[in-house]
Design a protein. Structure first.
Length: 170
């Protein structure tokens, strides 16, 4: 019977993505509920002959409450989680499906880094990717023990650190 190797890093990235998605969904649902609630209140005020200032005050209150959800920040967090999950799962797929290590390193490099960053940091980028892919191959093909899992995580963290440093330098 074939043993299924769990990819904890992918599972964690997926959990982060699910959490971000659920927070966005919760906020969007609550914003829509508030929209409906305040629209009903505004209709009621209009039917009761309220003046424009009272209706504007209700509308301002609704917008203030909705802005407290900071939906744009939640969208940014969700987008970051989507990108991280995509980078991790794509890198794992490349390592798992391509035998040639040079091609693997090149594909991951092109997946993760922009040309300008590659020109400036090529040697350190390639070194870190090579270390990552070697550790992941060890984990995938030889032994999916905790030690190898930790190495994969540490190597991926180094790559993410490089990504952050390149983004800050840009």
């Amino acid at each position: 019977m074939m043993r299924v190797r769990r990819h904890h890093l992918i599972e964690e990235a997926k959990a982060e993505l699910d959490l971000a998605y659920n927070e966005v969904k919760r906020a969007e649902t609550r914003i829509m509920e508030l929209e409906f609630e305040f629209n009903e209140r505004i209709k009621s005020e209009q039917n009761n002959g309220s003046d424009l200032a009272e209706i504007q005050a209700l509308n301002d209150e609704k917008e203030r409450i909705q802005s407290d959800f900071d939906i744009e920040q939640l969208y940014d967090v969700q987008n970051g989680a989507v990108q991280r999950f995509a980078r991790i799962s794509s890198s794992f797929a490349i390592v798992g499906s391509i035998e040639d290590e040079k091609i693997t390193v090149d594909l991951i490099k092109r997946l993760l880094f922009k040309d300008g960053a590659i020109r400036v940091n090529n040697m350190s980028i390639e070194k870190n990717i090579r270390t990552f892919q070697e550790g992941l191959r060890e984990y995938m093909r030889k032994d999916s023990n905790q030690s190898n899992d930790r190495k994969v995580r540490e190597n991926w963290a180094a790559l993410e650190g490089m990504l952050e440093a390149v983004a800050e330098a840009a």
